[in-house]
Design a binder for this molecule. Structure first.
Ligand SMILES: [Fe+2]
Length: 212
């Protein structure tokens, strides 16, 4: 048998990290977001049964915003380094927008992408109430982007993995903007709060006109 090799061609990077010592920052972000969130559920963009702020969160005048910006910048450097373009990230030539997401009981996000942006991400501020034993409750799930995958039978089902993450306060995820994803219905009573963001390396004026 000659030497064998398997190239994991077209693998999709999903970057993840958890910031320790996030309680104070997350409490500040939660207060900031709850002050602005309306009582009733509003549907806007991909969310159903929740609230989605305007994409100007990074310009909100609040002491919690600068440390959040630093975390997003660190995330951009992290994901860029992991995908072998560290020098470009360190040069700082990127543009970011962010918005608050608040899911109330029964709320979810439909399948969508942010494909005008290089990277998209989410930072979990408050995961709300957990529903024990429910493996889907409020989970973000990514959809395998490979066309036609999942139809033929393959021994071991190597192509039928499901990639989803359980929300965790202080965790940040970043993924290519073209990677479609959705959020399963959230069952808890307390609101579930996260901050989503997009990153572009285009000229800011051009990126500013892009819609997720
Ligand atoms: Fe999204």
């Amino acid at each position: 048998m000659p030497k064998q090799q398997v190239l994991p061609a077209f693998a999709t990077p999903i970057w993840s990290c958890v910031w320790e010592d996030s309680e104070e920052l997350n409490a500040g972000l939660k207060r900031m977001i709850l002050e602005r969130a309306p009582e009733e559920a509003l549907t806007h963009r991909s969310n159903v049964g929740g609230w989605h702020s305007e994409q100007d969160l990074l310009r909100w005048q609040d002491p919690s915003v600068p440390p959040l910006v630093e975390r997003i910048k660190a995330g951009i450097n992290g994901v860029t380094q992991a995908t072998k373009g560290m020098e470009e990230a360190a040069a700082g030539g990127f543009f970011m927008v962010a918005w608050a997401n608040l899911l109330r009981q029964g709320g979810y996000n439909q399948v969508h992408d942010h494909n005008k942006y290089a990277w998209s991400g989410v930072y979990y501020v408050d995961t709300g109430d957990e529903t024990p034993g429910d493996e889907l409750d409020g989970r973000i799930e990514f959809i395998d982007p490979r066309v036609g995958i999942g139809w033929p039978k393959v021994p071991g089902d190597p192509f039928k993995q499901r990639t989803r993450f359980k929300p965790e306060a202080g965790r940040m995820l970043m993924f290519p903007g073209w990677l479609r994803h959705y959020v399963h219905p959230y069952k808890g009573e307390a609101p579930r709060i996260s901050i989503a963001f997009n990153v572009a390396f285009n000229d800011p004026k051009e990126a500013d006109s892009l819609q997720p």
